[in-house]
Design a binder for this molecule. Sequence first.
Ligand SMILES: *Cc1c(COP(=O)(O)O)cnc(C)c1O
Length: 483
Amino acid sequence: MNRRQQILSSIPAVDELLKKEKIDELLFRYPRSIVVESIREYLAEYRQNILSLGDIEAESLTVSQNALVEGILGKVHSVMSNKLINVVNATGIVIHTNLGRSILTEKAKEQLWSIASRYSNLEFELESGQRGSRYSHVEDLICKLTGAEAAMVVNNNAAAVMLVLSTLAKDREVVVSRGQLVEIGGSFRVPDVMAQSGAVLREIGTTNKTHLTDYENAANENTAALMKVHTSNYKIMGFTEEAASEELVALGRKLELPVIEDLGSGVLLDLQKYGLPYEPTVQSAVKAGMDVVTFSGDKMLGGPQSGIIVGKREYIQKMRKNQLTRAFRIDKLTLAALESTLHLYLDEKTAVAEIPVLRMLTISIEELQKKAKRLQKKLVKRLGDKCSITVINENSEVGGGSMPMHKLPTKAVAITSQIISIDALEREIRSYKVPVVARISKDRLIIDVRTVMDDELDYIADALAYALMDKNFQRAGEGGGSI
Ligand SMILES: *Cc1c(COP(=O)(O)O)cnc(C)c1O
């Protein structure tokens, strides 16, 4: 028997493994069937690995029963733990699409849970006792905040744009400036969404310049609408021109065509007051006379993933009747979270103080400095002799394809270590049970405190301690991974 065959034949049977103390303990926590199945799967992978080794590697292979048992424990825990888990966002990117975009306010969380865990009047009119509409709960509030006549909400802004185009322009032309044919991360491309909706794109102007006359010249008997798209995630600079909203609206009136605007991010406050660049607000688009305006609920607005459509009542009513509305309809959890987020906007001060996206975007540099100092102090106490830990000036980003050129001055904790490479350190804290996502700049690990919540500072210290010495902490996702 060669070494490979020896090892393969020494692998214990499933029954025997089930008697091992540590595996036996698993049976108190998890169903037997899951444990047995995980052992079988693990052993199959284990055999396959041994079979795939070269002869020389196989000859020098050593295996321990302990490692086998540990491997099985890892497998069972991994099967039984959630794969969608919380992470600490130490990147400073506020609307981080890969890390869940906007995070909800405490109030939205409570309302969401309350509506989720009991029956509600989702589609029931309490006064008449008749069937109601899920869209009615937020319509008045959205109209009040934006100045629009009517409103409805769907799953996301991509769905909102699709619904608008399908309702108003199926098999007809929509005139759009070539400079506004945006692609948003992933697969949202204006020309493709247009094609999917059944509308025909009528591209006008050039990349840098589109004149009002270009719209007028393109309009014909088959034109259904004029459309403006906010170039959320890029800027065309230099020798440029685009039609102002008011001019476009006036042209629409003259030609008797609806004018649609995809605003992308749904900004409801003038953020210039807080030192941020100008971003068109929903109110300004409505005021300019746009017939239909769409925007995201989970970008600058700071609510749950959703797409909001506001505009003239006749158009919104048509959209409600479109079959796509059923496919795009908003879920009650989202609706609950959206309503409570929107409520906060009734008072600007409250909105800025309580909506995490707004709070993180408007936090003062003094506060950031204090938070960075607090983190530094904790880290020095825990890891002082193992790394160099300093507070530095850095830049954060808004993210979510909003304000692409704008750098927000921030404070960060920069870490270097003699014990471990920076790449390894970044990787290790990313595999901690509550993973910390940070970035590397100039050979230092950068923890931007703008997006770190106060109660997460200790997790960062734990994750770094884990990376630098104490491997007794759990791996990502094990034991829940919730904060
Ligand atoms: C982000 C964005 C979208 C897509 O919105 P989602 O809510 O992510 O579906 C569409 N149009 C523009 C201009 C955007 O910025």
